[in-house]
Design a protein around this ligand. Sequence first.
Ligand code: AMP
Length: 282
Amino acid sequence: MQIFTDPQALAAQCRAWHAAGEDIALVPTMGYYHAGHEDLMAHARGLARRLVVSLFVNPAQFGPNEDLESYPRDAARDSAIAESRGADALFMPEPGAMYAPDHATWVEVPQLAKGLCGASRPIHFRGVCTVVLKLFLLTGADVAVFGQKDWQQQAIIRRMARDLNVPTRIVARPTTREADGLAMSSRNVYLTPDERAVAPQIRAALLAARDAAVAGETDAGRLKALVLAHWAERLPGGQPDYLEIVHPESLEPLAVVDGPALMACAVRLGKARLIDNILLRS
Ligand code: AMP
């Protein structure tokens, strides 16, 4: 596995691979790998001849009061994992290599970024879209793999790629979970043992809502109330940031669950802000 810090060196290698008739899969990440990242890499490994993993804690997607500085990092361990998962290249640029001091160009999908996580993280998806498009342009990736844990993110990237005629195929993988149902996240390290013990209730409540939807409940308000009541009882210290039921592609809020519907949430628990989602109907 080659490690690249220089964007142009990565681009040159990717051009050489394409010139040799080899296709490229890309897995963009912020590092501190867990089994969810490894699943993305393992899946991507099977999609193309070459696998590029990027590891970049992208400053542009963090708001002023967010955890950019404290975001967990372990480059040595991550690079060993990427290599063990068959990456041909690991791209680990410094922020200054990705953003010129007078960087002025942003990619936005406001229609899909205004709700859910975007409501409390107004510049987040602009930062995500911009860096992901840069990665697509640098690598010319034929296919890129994202996780459904960040449902809104993959929906936005899909729309960006479609709207801008980006030829990269977007693939989304199901959420990898701990045995007790908690969605794996690099941010789970922020949880104290007590918080970790109750955190699976985030998912448990979403499962209860799906059960209710399957049993015939179509009223979005009642489905949300069921989840909030579950958390109030079994998730001490948990503060919902949002809980919404939306169309899985348009991300428009739904009042009635009578077709495809995604329930998505973010919950603050101690220092962590944890997100999860579930398809109530597909
Ligand atoms: P991150 O490093 O957290 O920015 O995530 C990098 C990629 O891994 C994104 O496409 C995420 O959606 C995906 N990812 C993160 N956690 C999980 C998980 N538990 N299951 C599946 N994919 C995940």
